[in-house]
Write a protein that binds this ligand. Structure first.
Ligand code: SF4
Length: 146
């Protein structure tokens, strides 16, 4: 996945330069031969991210997309009214861990709120929206591995 020049410079301070590739005018995280990101590693039966607090923004947001205007149809289902922000939250159907279902209260109030705060740059640290949390999202639920 492509990352910003700032993120590349930040990650390069502590990680290997060979972890990146440069194509199409962008900087990408390399993949291993099994197609997983070069920074993933196995731990107690699951795959974790070796970058954690240095994760690129696009990784922090996966599989969500947050926008201040509707991007697709069914906008009423995507509308999100949080404590400090109102807009639209979408989930990428390519995420292999999505399970359709009714969202939980915790998911809506803590997990989605955290994704929104990260997307709108109010916070950068992930607490409830990363590894091994079980989610349920507006018609979807999922378990995240990265
Ligand atoms: S979150 Fe996943 S894709 Fe992003 S850096 Fe970590 S292991 Fe790689």
């Amino acid at each position: 996945m492509p990352i910003s020049t700032y993120e590349y410079a930040k990650i390069c301070q502590t990680r290997r330069f060979e972890a990146f590739e440069f194509r199409e005018g962008r900087i990408w995280l390399k993949k291993r031969s099994d197609k997983r990101c070069i920074f993933t590693f196995p731990f107690l039966g699951q795959w974790l991210c070796g970058l954690q607090n240095e994760k690129p923004h696009v990784c922090r947001m996966w599989p969500f997309r947050v926008a201040d205007r509707p991007l697709y149809s069914r906008e009423e289902r995507a509308r999100y009214e949080g404590s400090e922000w109102t807009g639209y939250v979408y989930v990428d159907p390519r995420c292999p861990r999505l399970i359709y279902g009714k969202p939980t209260f915790k998911f809506m109030r803590r997990v989605v709120e955290e994704f929104v705060q990260i997307a709108t740059r109010r916070i950068s640290h992930q607490n409830c929206s990363t590894a091994s949390e079980s989610f349920a999202f507006s018609g979807f639920s999922l378990t995240r591995t990265t």
